[in-house]
Write a protein that binds this ligand. Structure first.
Ligand code: NAD
Length: 475
């Protein structure tokens, strides 16, 4: 019997037994794929990845399907646990993020082989795995990022060791265990996904330095990006953003208001792509503000806006001007509901309010710092050119995301050329940039600093060229 046939038979048996196979044993860290040290996790991941390489693409497809199904089945479970542990964001939106990554992260179809054929034969370019990938995830969406990363990384034939944000370690380890059990039940090797029970900055450094890690994927703020780039490895860095929104006089104002509110209030504005500041032209500024209030926003006056900024950025006295003070984002306010933020400055707003707004000047900390909470500063601009100019500065050269509401194609074109961001969304909420209400697939790791953009399985592969000389140009 040839090897391929034997492999097919073994796979068939494994699949048919899948429901009945004994559950994989928990690791020393407390769950399947949860370890006490990075080294233990990496060693186990090396073995699992080799086993994956011995399986067919069909079997890999079944593993990916199992991950998707499990993410859907546990969307509410993971979201509630995340909320209990981090006290951040909105459960319904967290559930939505799980559905998006489960349904819209590309699988094997994204790894199409490239072929060149001609007088000198046939050349194919195939996507090969790296081996074991080391990944770091943010506290803002631990399990959606993990599931999205896992689908992409395993589709590409790798295994992955995660170092989660310490404040999300419990839900993370729980989900790693659940996913590995689902992978095993689908006939896959475990642990294809793993983590340490007690992630720390030290354990992330161990991950970055481990000789068996071939590639790093980090998703987070400037600190983790800088640290990963100091390693001697290839890095895919999904860093911070501060997405500006430009609204000009040609925009459909009620629709612009609706979309800005939908994006900026989603999960209490913790998304890196979330609208973080608005530059609206003078001619429609007041109309836009009125429309946002009509659609449920509460406006803070100048004093209230500044009082909340002092709490949000830890600035007790002095100016709230970018560059004049050293802001320290108050993690206790990140991802909290709008009514909770209002209460901190002695204001009662209805729990139904999803977003606070307030007028500020351009240099304000609210505008130029990534706030990650549902207060949105509105800045007046003389005209569209001035609005774009401010938006470029506010984006801080992160190259991440920008939004424009206009029906003037020249304004949209000018901003598109100048802003140079990975995502540029016109006439929709930021979420449309990741396939939610716009076309295209999703990713929860938008790699702007290193240029991969909306990451997929392709980014976790090495390209290999296979050349047959003079044969197999068949037409
Ligand atoms: P964070 O930077 O505090 O932490 C992110 C991760 O990096 C955590 O796991 C943390 O433990 C780790 N980390 C932080 N500093 C480190 C260091 N010096 N060395 C090693 N590891 C370190 O960010 P957060 O609050 O968890 O997440 C929010 C940030 O992430 C925002 O800036 C947001 O824009 C960004 N983000 C970006 C994307 C993207 O796709 N580009 C997606 C989600 C979040």
């Amino acid at each position: 019997m040839d090897e391929a046939l034997i492999r097919k038979i073994v796979e068939k048996v494994v699949t048919s037994l899948a429901e009945g196979i004994p559950a994989p044993a928990p690791s020393a860290g407390g769950g399947v794929g949860v370890y006490q040290t990075i080294n233990e996790a990496v060693q186990a991941a090396v073995v699992a990845q080799r086993q994956l390489m011995g399986m067919s693409l069909e079997a890999r497809g079944r593993i990916i399907e199992a991950i998707r199904r499990t993410a859907l089945a546990h969307a509410e479970d993971f979201s509630r646990r995340k909320f209990e542990e981090t006290n951040m964001g909105r459960i319904d939106d967290e559930i939505g993020k799980h559905l998006t990554v489960a349904n819209k992260t590309p699988g094997l179809e994204i790894l199409a082989t490239e072929a060149f054929s001609g007088d000198h034969g046939l050349t194919i370019v195939e996507m090969a795995p790296y081996g074991v990938i080391g990944a770091v995830t943010p506290v803002t969406h631990p399990t959606p990022t993990m599931i999205n990363n896992a689908i992409s990384i395993i589709t590409a034939g790798n295994s992955v060791v995660f170092n989660a944000h310490p404040r999300s370690k419990r839900v993370f380890a729980y989900a790693i265990d659940v996913l590995n059990r689902a992978i095993a039940a689908a006939g896959g090797p475990v642990p294809l996904v793993s983590c340490v029970a007690e992630p720390t900055l030290e354990s992330s450094r161990e991950l970055f330095a481990h000789p068996d890690i071939r590639l790093l994927l980090v998703t987070g703020g400037p600190g983790v990006v800088a640290e990963a780039l100091r390693s001697n490895k290839k890095v895919i860095a999904a860093g911070p953003g501060n997405p500006p929104v430009v609204v000009d006089e040609t925009a459909d104002i009620p629709r612009a208001a609706r979309d800005i509110i939908a994006g900026a209030s989603f999960d209490n504005n913790v998304l890196c792509i979330g609208e973080k500041e608005v530059f609206a032209v003078e001619a429609i500024f007041d109309t836009l503000k009125r429309e946002m209030i009509r659609q449920g926003c509460v406006e803070l006056n100048r004093e209230q806006t500044d009082a909340l900024a002092r709490l949000a950025f830890g600035v007790k006295t002095g100016p709230l001007k970018f560059g004049a003070v050293e802001p320290h984002l108050n993690r206790e306010l990140v991802g909290k509901n709008a009514d909770y933020l209002a209460k901190q400055i002695g204001l009662n707003v209805p729990a139904s309010c999803r977003l606070l707004i307030g007028e500020t000047e351009f240099e304000h900390l609210w505008v130029l710092e990534e706030q990650m909470m549902p207060f949105l500063p509105l800045v007046r601009a003389r005209d569209a050119d001035a609005a774009i100019e401010m938006a470029l500065i506010a984006e801080r050269n992160y190259g991440h995301t920008a939004v424009c509401h206009s029906r003037n194609i020249a304004v949209m074109d000018k901003m598109a050329r100048l802003v140079n961001t990975t995502l540029f969304i016109k006439n929709g909420p930021c979420l449309a940039g990741l396939g939610s209400g716009g076309e295209g697939y999703t990713s929860f790791s938008i790699a702007s600093p290193t240029g991969e953009g909306v990451t997929t399985a392709r980014h976790f592969t090495r390209q290999r060229r296979c050349v047959l000389v003079d044969y197999f140009r068949i037409t």
